[in-house]
Design a protein around this ligand. Structure first.
Ligand code: PLP
Length: 311
């Protein structure tokens, strides 16, 4: 870090050494809509519907429209992955292919459920899972015969979509469940369509620094046509395996609901979302242009593939 950065007294980074350059200015973003957030807060407090209030359903409807899926909100991006894996009964004896470069949760959730994460190389230009390496890893696992290849979790790392077309057709041929971890890519598109609409089931995170972030923890599951039959099971899993009636529990589940307050905040965040995405791209372009000419020193800015938009 240069001295001009380390001496920046306004930098706020609560998780590590104080001289790290702040990742993004969330405060500035929040100040843009502070009055609307206050109003949203008051409306939830006035209603007293702290859990599963009407804002949760409204948010799910808005996100379903935006992503062309059936959206179920939940408590975090990690819980979204857990719920997706649980919905497909993934557990001991199953191999789940994950990229070798991602946030811990992608592999952690697989392990948490007793399945085995199999790490797959990423491409050098997008840092996303490499379809050829996936095929090789799949064949190796098949040949070893110890684990049943069951699913892949792809990750749109740093907001760049994976090769959805190639991965989808491979998963269909290999009979693998295709889970798209879109925690970092809400708002990105592939072939002009929202990233959440390509896998069997997609997940996202509303962690504050994510493209669509709330002011606490939150997440969502996006069910495509291929997984819409899992909707009721997922709704049950998200509330301790609840059955038709309250306090009737028909399976093991988790406390996986999104708070009404976070849903209300997210509805406000959605009103500025497309603008925020454009602003993010502007910042990314500035970095990319600023880093040009440093290839010989090994600095290669990430690319955005022509069929994609990134966030
Ligand atoms: C790729 C990826 N998957 C999953 C998660 C987990 O999301 P959360 O922090 O909401 O649990 C994250 C969050 O950083 C992520 O980047």
């Amino acid at each position: 870090m240069s001295s001009s950065v380390t001496s920046n007294k306004t930098a706020i980074w609560p998780y590590g050494p104080k001289n790290i350059f702040p990742f993004m200015n969330l405060k500035l973003q929040e100040l843009r809509i502070r009055p609307q957030l206050r109003a949203a807060f008051e409306s939830v407090m006035d209603s007293g519907a702290y859990i599963m209030g009407p804002q949760v359903r409204e948010l799910e409807a808005r996100l379903s429209e935006m992503t062309k899926t059936t959206t179920l909100s939940c408590s975090s991006g990690t819980d979204a992955l857990i719920l997706a894996l649980m919905a497909y009964d993934i557990g001991p004896g199953h191999a789940v292919f994950v990229p070798s470069f991602t946030f811990a949760a992608t592999a952690e959730t697989v392990r948490l459920l007793g399945a085995t994460p199999v790490f797959v190389d990423c491409t050098a230009h997008t840092y996303c899972i490499c379809p050829q390496s996936l095929k090789e890893a799949y064949e190796q696992i098949k040949a070893l015969g110890k684990l049943e290849p069951k699913a892949i979790i792809s990750v749109d790392l740093f907001g760049h979509p994976v090769e959805y077309a190639t991965l989808s057709s491979f998963c269909a041929k290999a009979n693998l469940v295709f889970i798209g971890d879109c925690a970092q890519s809400c708002g990105a598109t592939y072939n002009g369509q929202p990233v959440e609409s390509f896998s069997d089931i997609a997940t996202t995170s509303f962690y504050p620094a994510k493209p669509l972030g709330c002011y606490g923890d939150g997440g969502a599951l996006f069910l495509t046509e291929k997984s819409s039959y899992l909707k009721d099971k997922l709704k049950s899993l998200r509330v301790h395996g609840e059955g038709k009636y309250r306090y009737e529990h028909v399976r093991i589940g988790i406390t996986g609901r999104l708070d009404t307050l976070q849903a209300a905040f997210l509805l406000e965040k959605l009103t500025i979302f497309s603008e925020e995405v454009a602003l993010r791209q502007q910042v990314a372009n500035q970095y990319t242009n600023g880093l040009k000419g440093l290839e010989k020193k090994g600095v290669i800015p990430p690319v955005v593939e022509p069929v994609c938009t990134s966030v």
